[in-house]
Every structure is written in C-alpha cells, then in structure tokens.
Design a protein around this ligand. Structure first.
Ligand SMILES: Cc1cc2nc3c(=O)[nH]c(=O)nc-3n(C[C@H](O)[C@H](O)[C@H](O)COP(=O)(O)OP(=O)(O)OC[C@H]3O[C@@H](n4cnc5c(N)ncnc54)[C@H](O)[C@@H]3O)c2cc1C
Length: 279
C-alpha cells in the first residue's frame, strides 16, 4: 500500500526541526524510516508532513562525557558497533546491536528512532532501561532530560510531545558496570525479540534486569532483581532469581508465541543473562 500524501521538510538544525514540528502539529520526525515508513504504508500513521532529521550531524555519533557515554539520537546500529568508545567502554552493545534485524536495518535504523518508536519487541528500549539511561529531548518549551524508567510509557507511546526531538541517550556511570549482557530469542524472519532480556551488574553487586518482547512495554524484572542483587551469581541463586522473572507481569500472546510460552522464555533468558553476568 502507498502512504497518504505528505509534505517533506529537511531542516538545517534541531531548532529548525522543532520549529517545523510546532508549525505542523500532524507532522512526524523521520530518522531511519525503518519503523515509520512501514506504518505509513499500512496507513496506521498518516502524518501530513515528514521532518527529515537524518542529515543533522549534531545528532550523530558516540562520545564520552565524564563518567557517561553519550549516543546521539541519529546514531545507527552500525555506527554504534563501529564506535571505539563503545568497543572500549560497553563492548556488549556491539553484540546487542548486531542482533538487530539484518544489515540493512542496522545500517539505517537509529537508536533515537528505536527509543521514540517504543515498539514492544524492540531491543534498545530494554537495553537503555537496563543501563539506567537518560533520554534528552528538545522541544518548543526547551530541553528536557527523562530517566529511561519514565520515558517508555506504553506500547508505541514514549514520553515525547509532538514538537519534541530526542537529541541524545546518555548512559551514566559506565565505569561502575562490572558486566552487562543482552540475551534474545529472535523472531526468525524479522529479528524482533520474541523475548529479550538485558542485564547489568554494578561493581557493588546490584543487578538490573529488563525484558522486551514478552510484555506490552519494556520493563524491569523487579522480583528477579530483588532476589539476586548483592548475592553471589552462583547456580542456585541464579535459578532462584530466574524463577521469579516476570512475577507480577502480564505477558502478551500472538500468532508467534503464546503468553505462557513468552513467560517461560522470560525465565529462561533471565537465567542466561545472569549466567553471562556471572562470566
Ligand atoms: C525488517 C526489519 C527488521 C527489524 N528488526 C528489528 C529488530 O530485530 N530489533 C529492533 O529493535 N528493531 C528492529 N527493526 C526496527 C528498526 O530497528 C527501526 O529502524 C528502529 O526501531 C527505528 O529507528 P528509525 O531510525 O528507523 O526510526 P523511524 O522509522 O524514522 O522513526 C520511528 C518513530 O520514531 C520517531 N523518531 C525517530 N527519531 C526521532 C527522534 N530523534 N526524535 C523524536 N522522534 C523520533 C519517528 O517520528 C517515528 O514515530 C526492524 C525493522 C525492519 C524494517
């Protein structure tokens, strides 16, 4: 199917993009287009204008900022994988990004787009949530910084005003990360997560675990975290924590996997994530 007609704008700066969004309330930001264009073709989204931010170099790249690693919203998965900062500071992200879709998706899809789209089966929302990231936005009312825990509100619903652009994703205290991992059971055709579990262990022994794919929106696995944080990552403790993964959550079921199967996979992939964190 073809999308409905739309105007096309290519702003020269983020502030121009914000101005255009303010002037066109039914407009959408266009980044890699790998999520937006399919939904436009299905006419699930019918923006009257697209504001193409892909050439805004100020939104690209990865840099260190004190204890933090900062990922520009326009950074593609491939750019992330090639970044020396990522290879040095957060090497698990190279493997995580390599699990996204296929090479075409990785070359064009952006980290900011993945966060803004809030697809319930996307990988990076769960990863940035496990990393306790901050998501920076700019809109007509100025700059804002959201904790990832506040940003992913619901399925396809980020905490983002229509005239706001995500500018960067800030990963704080990376030196405090003792180990981190992303474990995924991928849909064989699209690569999207049937279930994905991200895990981060701090040098103090705290463990953050998040899940995607099996629930309507990425979320922390708090019962499992409570069971394992501060403890040895031995076989018995890992099993006890994995058994609690998903406690209190409502799982989704569809033609690809039932809710019970996704609940089971959440426990299995939590165990795998914890085994990885244990090294
Ligand atoms: C075949 C295929 C396989 C895929 N497999 C996977 C997979 O395995 N795992 C996975 O996680 N994803 C997968 N994806 C999705 C892919 O990663 C998307 O490209 C990505 O999630 C969205 O990024 P984008 O740059 O393409 O965003 P776009 O499609 O351009 O935008 C998506 C949404 O975010 C908004 N947006 C984009 N950037 C910004 C910004 N900076 N500020 C504000 N709003 C913004 C847009 O307005 C739109 O609403 C797949 C996609 C395809 C087509």
């Amino acid at each position: 199917m073809y999308p409905t007609d739309f105007d096309y704008h290519r702003p020269e700066s983020v502030s121009d993009a914000v101005k255009l969004l303010k002037e066109n309330p039914e407009a959408k930001v266009l980044a890699g287009g790998h999520s937006l264009l399919p939904v436009m073709k299905l006419r699930l989204a019918m923006p009257t204008a697209l504001i193409d931010i892909t050439r805004l170099s100020e939104l690209s790249g990865v840099r260190e900022d004190g204890d933090a690693v900062v990922i520009g919203a326009n950074t593609t998965y491939s750019e992330l994988m090639a970044s020396d900062v990522i290879k040095q500071k957060l090497p698990f992200l190279v493997d995580a990004a390599d699990q996204v879709g296929d090479v075409q998706v990785r070359n064009v899809g952006t980290i900011g787009g993945a966060c803004a789209h809030c697809d319930p089966a996307a990988d990076f929302p769960a990863i940035v949530l496990a990393l306790d990231a901050e998501i920076k936005t700019v809109g007509s009312s100025g700059e804002q910084t959201h904790k990832a825990s506040d940003f992913f509100v619901d399925m396809f619903t980020p905490r983002l005003e229509p005239d706001e652009v995500i500018t960067e994703i800030r990963l704080p205290n990376v030196a405090d990360i003792a180990s981190a991992t992303y474990q995924k059971f991928a849909h064989p055709a699209s690569g999207y997560a049937i279930v994905g579990v991200a895990g981060v262990r701090t040098s103090g022994g705290d463990v953050r675990l998040t899940v995607t794919g099996s629930v309507p929106i990425t979320t922390r696995l708090t019962a499992a975290e409570g069971e394992i944080s501060g403890k040895d990552l031995n076989e018995a403790n890992i099993k006890a924590a994995a058994d609690k993964a998903g406690e209190g959550l409502d799982f989704v079921g569809d033609i690809h996997a039932s809710d019970q199967y996704r609940a089971h996979l959440t426990r299995v992939f939590t165990r795998r994530a914890l085994e990885k964190l244990a090294g």
